[in-house]
Design a protein around this ligand. Structure first.
Ligand SMILES: [Zn+2]
Length: 271
């Protein structure tokens, strides 16, 4: 019997590499250069706008630009060089996504479910947090390691076309579009909920809307039609309880941000 030495070596190396990378990073490995993912995302986002109807609804567009712009301003200092772009897709799906590099898509079905700026800020804030924490990179890296491609990618395959574009799309939260499911991990979801809550509070939105938004999502799925967003963003059982517990901290962040803005307006605080 021929022993598949090469395969074994490759597997061993990727497990080893994975272990090294995992130990060096609290929340997961990032095998791919972020700039590579940003370029890939920019191309895919442009392609989506060619292939899917972009909304002409002036209210929806104005709302998403208004809320997205306010949230992006809050993270601008922490994420310089990101050119945020918010696009409304005319699609009844209850869905939203954000790609590396700050390309954000919101589907009209989700805008109709979240019928206030505060509730829309919950989901866009959550998506911004996924981008800020580079969850797509971690998710795609973990999947490549699982497929035994970790070493190849770490040694430069990322600069070739060897990464399946559908896999990348799934890592960006677009699993329902391409049929490859790669749900965010529970850890990533909690992290995006928590950081997203602080971002929306700092932007001046009511963090209590996080509770009503997720209650609406749950109610929508109880009605028999599971929102597409829940396919890639599984609702951890105690998400609402965790969000409720974080609201006092979010409100303190909000007061702090308001105080700083007050002082800055009066020239009493440096930039
Ligand atoms: Zn999420």
């Amino acid at each position: 019997m021929k022993f598949p030495v090469r395969r074994f070596k490759g597997l061993f190396a990727s497990v080893l590499l994975g272990a090294v990378l995992f130990s060096g990073c609290a929340s997961g490995p990032q095998l791919l250069p972020e700039s590579y993912l940003e370029n890939m995302a920019a191309g895919q986002f442009a392609q989506m706008q060619q292939e899917m109807p972009v909304s002409r609804n002036p209210d929806h567009n104005a709302q998403v630009q208004r809320v997205g712009g306010r949230l992006a301003a809050v993270v601008a200092d922490e994420m310089p060089g990101i050119e945020w772009e918010f696009v409304v897709f005319d699609d009844p799906s209850i869905n939203a996504f954000a790609m590396p590099g700050g390309k954000v898509g919101v589907f009209s079905g989700l805008i109709e479910l979240a019928d206030s700026d505060d509730e829309l800020a919950v989901v866009i804030g959550h998506e911004l947090a996924h981008v800020q924490q580079r969850h797509a990179n971690q998710r795609l890296s973990a999947e490549l390691i699982r497929m035994g491609l970790g070493v190849a990618v770490a040694y430069g395959a990322s600069r070739s076309d060897r990464i399946d574009p559908n896999l990348a799309m799934a890592a960006f939260g677009l699993g329902t579009q391409v049929g490859v499911m790669l749900p965010f991990s529970r850890h990533h979801e909690y992290e995006a909920d928590y950081i997203g809550l602080l971002i929306m509070a700092r932007a001046g939105y009511d963090p209590n809307a996080a509770v009503t938004f997720w209650e609406k999502m749950e109610a929508a799925s109880d009605g028999g039609r599971v929102p597409e967003y829940l396919s890639t963003h599984p609702a951890p059982g105690n998400r609402i309880a965790r969000l409720k517990a974080a609201i006092p901290e979010a409100l303190r962040e909000q007061e702090h941000a308001e105080a700083q803005a007050f002082l800055r307006e009066r020239g009493m605080l440096g930039d």
